[in-house]
Ligand binder design. Structure first.
Ligand SMILES: Nc1ncnc2c1ncn2[C@@H]1O[C@H](COP(=O)(O)OP(=O)(O)O)[C@@H](O)[C@H]1O
Ligand SMILES: [Mg+2]
Length: 371
């Protein structure tokens, strides 16, 4: 899969930008604050309908404007496709191949993008919330249905918490909510379980590579229902309902729901030791890289096609051997690399690339590799 072109109108600091990309490597170069990340953010926005930097779409609209338009054309399995998004102060409209879509679920899975930014290097060190968000974003890309499932679950969870916060708690109503919540939750548990199992296998291989066979990475799904491999949804559901019953008095006291997939986490082990607690910073970073890179192979494995890869300001954070491994590993993938350092093309050691020089929301120069 590769992106052919991108158009931005009133997106962040861009008035009007049209870029044609190289099928392999695109280097987006410019000083800080010029608009490099804005470009890759827009690509991510068209992939999942949300920015990886903000939840507020209106922040993406240029300060002086009322609405924005962005579009990208890409090719997947030899078929040309187009995604367009319009954001106004209070609405967002998305079109895929010229047809308006009604839900984000219809957008997901069209353009698969993996974005790697410096924050991702903290994935292992961060709290459970960040890891859950990683899991959710990854699964949603591979399985758009999961996104709707999660949305439904979160809605019910919010409503349940609202009941817990009410003055007089209706316990019969809680029963009803426990039932519905557990139906969604059991599916989420089972999907996450399968996903983390695959992720563990792939990232273990990548991690071995990155550490010259020295370290064995294992990822374990932490959940409150003791999932076993191959367990069916109805059993998981009854376990959860039971747990919700047990924690009900506590929930009423603290006025929040303490059991469910919203409490999940991943345990990350290197040579059987919990790297989050006991690993060095270097190990934590490398494990984060392994996890993040697994996404690429996982998407390929599940969807039959590589995603495009964005490395936003992350390249210079890696030491030279890791930079090299990355580039070698990513031979068949379209890449977008942003950097303030124009020398990256030497490290990349490739001749098929295009450099975009960005200054203050404008494209001021394009150079093609090999010319
Ligand atoms: N909604 C907006 N309208 C206009 N400019 C914006 C908007 N949001 C961010 N910017 C500007 O975009 C620039 C940052 O762009 P960014 O792509 O993050 O820079 P970098 O090149 O460092 O990655 C800043 O100058 C910021 O003021
Ligand atoms: Mg940036």
């Amino acid at each position: 899969m590769y992106i052919n072109s991108l158009k931005l109108v009133n997106y962040r600091n861009y008035d009007n930008l049209l870029v044609e990309f190289n099928k392999k490597v695109n280097l987006i170069i410019g000083m800080n604050g010029q608009g490099k990340t804005n470009i890759v953010e827009a690509i991510g926005f068209m992939s999942i309908g949300r920015s990886f930097r903000t939840n507020k779409d209106r922040e993406l609209i240029k300060f002086s404007a009322d609405n924005l338009y962005c579009a990208c054309s890409f090719t997947r399995n030899n078929i040309d496709k187009k995604i367009e998004i319009v954001v106004t102060k209070d609405k967002k409209g998305i079109k895929v191949n010229g047809v308006s879509i009604k839900s984000i679920q219809e957008l997901l899975g069209n353009l698969n993008v993996v974005i790697f930014s410096p924050e991702d290097l903290r994935l292992v060190k961060d709290g459970p919330k960040e890891r859950r968000s990683f899991i959710d974003k990854e699964i949603s890309q591979i399985m758009p249905r999961y996104y709707s499932l999660l949305t439904s679950y979160n809605k019910i969870l919010q409503q349940r918490n609202r009941i817990l916060k009410s003055y007089k708690i209706d316990k019969n109503l809680l029963d009803v909510y426990d039932e519905t919540m557990s139906t969604y939750a059991s599916e989420i548990y089972i999907i996450r379980n399968k996903f983390i199992d695959k992720l563990s296998k792939i990232s273990s291989k990548i991690h071995k590579n990155l550490t010259m066979d020295k370290e064995n990475l294992t990822i374990i799904y932490k959940n409150q229902v003791d999932l076993k491999p191959g367990q069916d949804a109805s059993l998981v559901k009854s376990v959860l309902i039971e747990k919700l019953r047990e924690s009900r008095e506590g929930d009423i006291m603290t006025r929040s729901t303490k059991v469910g997939p919203h409490k999940d986490d991943m345990k990350i082990l290197i040579n059987d030791i919990d790297v989050r607690m006991y690993g060095s910073q270097g190990q934590q970073r490398t494990a984060s890289i392994s996890l993040k890179l697994s996404e690429i192979d996982l998407i390929k494995q599940e969807l039959g096609d590589y995603p495009v890869l964005i490395l936003d300001d992350v390249f210079s954070e890696l030491d030279q051997s890791r930079q090299k491994m990355l580039v070698e590993k990513l031979e068949n993938i379209q890449m977008f690399v942003t950097s303030a350092d124009p020398l990256h093309k030497d490290i990349l050691d490739i001749d098929d690339y295009r450099i975009f020089n960005i200054e203050n929301g404008r494209l001021v120069g394009v150079e093609n590799g090999g010319e």
